[in-house]
Design a protein around this ligand. Structure first.
Ligand code: IPM
Ligand code: MN
Length: 345
C-alpha cells in the first residue's frame, strides 16, 4: 500500500515554524494515491522543563514504528548545554543507527555566496553518524581543580568505518563525476586515520570507476573556499563532518538552505531528516526563519522512501524560488506557500 507513516518532532525555537512549512510542501508534492499519516511528538525544551524527560523509552519505541522522522530543531538557552543534544538528538541518531549523515551542498543559481566568481558547487558530504568523538567515551579527573584532566576519546571501528565508506563509494559511483574524497587528519590522528585510510583504499578496489583522493581536514577547509568545485562526494568522520558541513552551508547560500538526512540504509530503523541549522531562539516567533532547509530535507526524505520524482519536483521548486527572489522580505509562511504552489504546478 502506498502510504507514509511520518513521525514529526517540531522541537524548539523556529523548529515548529519551519516544520509546518515542510509538511505543507510535502503534502503538496505527494501523489494523491499516497496517504500521509503524521504523528507529532512533544520532545525538546518544553518537555524537559515540564517533566525532566528528554526521550523516554516508550517514545523511542513508538518513534521506531514509522517510515521516517522529520525533525525541526532542538535546543534552547534555558536548557543546560548538552542535555537535549545528547539526550535527544544524538540519542536518536545512535539508537536508530543513523550511520550515514547525508549533507548535500549545492550552490543554486541566484543565491549569494561569499566566494569570488561563482564556482559550480554540487557535492555531498557523507558524515559518519554513530562513532568518532561523539560517542561520549571520556571523562574528567580532579574536575574543577587546577589539575583537571579531561579526555574525549574518538571511537572508530572497522565495522563502523567500512559501512559508511562503502555507502559513500556507492553514492560516488552513482554520480556523473564518480569522485570520492576521504577527509581525515592521518598525519596526526594516526590510529584512527590509518584505519580510515586503509579501509578507504581496500574498499576502493571494488569501485574501479570511482576516482579517489585524500585530504587532511585543515587543507579541506581551504579547498571548500578556494576550489569547492573540486568536490563530488566526501566521506569523513562525525566531528570533521559536523564542522565541514557548516562551512559548506556558509559557501552555498547559508545555513537557511542546508538540508540533511540521518540515514539507516538498511531500513532497520526509520531515517530522520532535519535542517542543518539549529533552533535560532533569537528569531523564533518572528516569522523570519527560512523554511527552505527543511523543505529540502523533505526532498531527501522522499527520495529515501522511493519517491524520487516528487523529491526532484521539490528541489526544482526551491531552485525556481531562489532564482526569483528579489530581496524583498517574506515570512516563513510566505516562502512555504510559494514553494507549495510551485510544487503543485
Ligand atoms: C548538527 C548539530 C549537532 C551535531 C549538535 C546539535 C549535537 O551541530 O546536526 O550538525 O553536532 O551533530
Ligand atoms: Mn553541526
Amino acid at each position: 500500500s502506498r502510504s507514509i507513516r511520518l513521525a514529526v518532532i517540531p522541537g524548539d525555537g523556529i523548529g515548529p515554524e519551519v516544520v509546518a512549512q515542510g509538511l505543507k510542501v510535502l503534502s503538496a508534492a505527494l501523489p494523491s494515491d499516497v496517504k500521509l499519516e503524521t504523528r507529532e511528538y512533544d520532545l525538546g525544551a518544553r518537555r524537559w522543563h515540564a517533566t525532566g524527560e528528554t526521550l523516554p523509552d516508550a517514545e523511542l519505541a513508538s518513534l521506531k514504528d514509522h517510515d521516517a522522522i522529520l525533525l525541526g530543531a532542538i535546543g534552547d538557552p534555558s536548557v543546560p548545554s548538552g542535555v537535549l543534544e545528547r539526550g535527544l538528538l544524538l540519542k536518536l541518531r545512535f539508537a536508530f543507527d543513523h550511520y550515514v549523515n547525508l549533507r548535500p551542498s549545492r550552490l543554486f543559481p541566484g543565491t549569494a555566496t561569499p566566494l569570488a566568481g561563482r564556482p559550480e558547487i554540487d557535492f555531498v558530504v557523507v558524515r559518519e553518524g554513530t562513532e568518532g568523538p561523539y560517542v561520549g567515551n571520556g571523562g574528567s579527573l580532579r574536575t574543577g581543580t587546577p589539575a583537571e584532566v579531561a579526555t574525549e576519546v574518538s571511537l572508530n571501528t572497522a565495522y563502523g568505518v567500512e559501512r559508511v565508506v562503502r555507502d559513500a563509494y556507492e553514492r560516488a559511483q552513482a554520480r556523473p563525476r564518480k569522485k570520492l574524497t576521504l577527509v581525515h587528519k592521518n598525519n596526526v590522528l594516526v590510529h584512527a586515520g590509518h584505519l580510515w585510510k586503509n579501509i578507504f583504499d581496500r574498499v576502493g578496489r571494488e569501485y574501479p570507476e570511482v576516482t579517489t583522493d585524500y585530504l587532511h581536514v585543515d587543507a579541506a577547509t581551504i579547498f571548500f573556499v578556494t576550489r569547492p568545485e573540486r568536490f563530488d562526494v566526501i566521506v569523513t568522520d562525525n566531528l570533521f563532518g559536523d564542522i565541514l558541513t557548516d562551512l559548506a552551508a556558509a559557501v552555498t547560500g547559508g545555513i537557511g538552505l542546508a538540508a540533511s538526512g540521518n540515514i539507516n540504509p538498511a531500513g532497520t530503523y526509520p531515517s530522520m531528516f532535519e535542517p542543518v541549522h539549529g533552533s535560532a531562539p533569537d528569531i523564533a516567533g518572528t516569522g523570519k526563519a527560512d523554511p527552505t532547509a527543511t523543505v529540502l530535507s523533505v526532498a531527501l526524505l522522499l527520495r529515501h522512501l522511493g519517491h524520487a520524482p516528487e523529491a526532484a519536483r521539490i528541489e526544482a521548486a526551491v531552485e525556481a524560488d531562489l532564482a526569483a527572489r528579489d530581496g524583498s522580505p517574506r515570512t516563513t509562511e510566505q516562502v512555504g506557500d510559494a514553494l507549495a504552489a510551485r510544487v503543485t504546478g
